[in-house]
Every structure is written in C-alpha cells, then in structure tokens.
Design a protein around this ligand. Structure first.
Ligand SMILES: [Zn+2]
Length: 167
C-alpha cells in the first residue's frame, strides 16, 4: 500500500523550530517580547514548510500575540462550565482568550496510538559504542600487522624454497 518514508520530511525545519521554542522558553522571565518574537518565528517556519505543531506545544502560545502562556505569570487559567465545560486560557499580554473543551473520555487525535505512523530515531549514539569501535579498530590494525608479518615470513619461506629449486 503506502510506503513509509525512509527519513523525516522537513527534519531541518523541525530542528530550527525546536531551537526557537527552547529559546523562547528560556527568555520568558527576562524578555517577554523576545520570547513572543521567537514563537512567531517558529510559527512562520511551520507555515512556510507546511509542518504541523504538536497541540501540546501549540497550546502554550497565545494565538493572537504569540507570547508564551505560563499559568499565573503570563496567562490566567479558569474552569468554565457554560456553554460547555472547558478550560479558559486568557493571555495577560493582549487579553485574548481560548477555550479547550474538557469532554470526559475525549482524547486528541494526536494522543491516540493510531496517529503514530512511524518513529524516526535520531538520537546520537552513546560514546561507549564509539569507544568500543575504537578498540576494535585498534585490534583490527594489530591483526593486519600480524598478517603482514606472517606474509613476510611466508615470502621468506617461498624465497628460500624457490632459491634451491633452480640451483
Ligand atoms: Zn496574547
């Protein structure tokens, strides 16, 4: 049927978005305007490359001013019962609010196991393996040296055996 992709599409853009998100989270306490600027850059990256953001990350940003929403600091979080039960997030920077319905038993499509089609593992290899491979490579070089020594001995033997032949 549909073949699974061999590599992650838009991996470099995802890496850039990851960096921008972490940068915005790190400057929340120092400069809120800079944090919202980083977030808007990240949203621009996602829009240009047509990549989707995880809802959990998307919900930590104001949709109007892109400032990071931290409960008690940059956002006011209240439970609302009318017209539907929901969690209301109000941005304290621009005053815009969003509601996330809290229906019992409801899960986002993203959180369901069917949403995961394939997983790419880009974690760097641990240093122990590289150390082992280094040992192996050194062992292999010593083996090669041994082989070279053996072959030279053989050659000498061959020379010795060949010299008495014609004489
Ligand atoms: Zn806002």
């Amino acid at each position: 049927m549909n073949q699974l992709p061999s590599s992650c599409q838009g991996k470099d853009v995802f890496e850039r978005m990851n960096f921008l998100y972490q940068a915005s989270q790190s400057v929340i306490n120092k400069n809120l305007a800079l944090a919202s600027h980083y977030n808007s850059l990240m949203i621009g990256c996602a829009k240009k490359a047509v990549l989707r953001m995880e809802p959990g990350i998307k919900r930590t940003m104001c949709k109007a001013c892109q400032s990071p929403l931290v409960p008690g600091k940059t956002a006011r979080v209240r439970l609302v019962s009318k017209p539907v039960k929901a969690v209301k997030w109000t941005c304290l920077a621009c005053g815009s609010s969003r509601k996330f319905p809290t229906k019992e038993g409801y899960r986002l499509w993203w959180d369901q196991p069917e949403a995961v089609r394939c997983v790419f593992d880009y974690t760097p290899k641990p240093q122990k393996e590289s150390f082992k491979s280094g040992i192996e490579s050194s062992a292999s070089t010593s083996k090669q040296e041994i082989e070279i020594v053996d072959s030279s001995k053989k050659k000498k033997n061959v020379d010795k055996s060949s010299t008495p032949g014609p004489s």
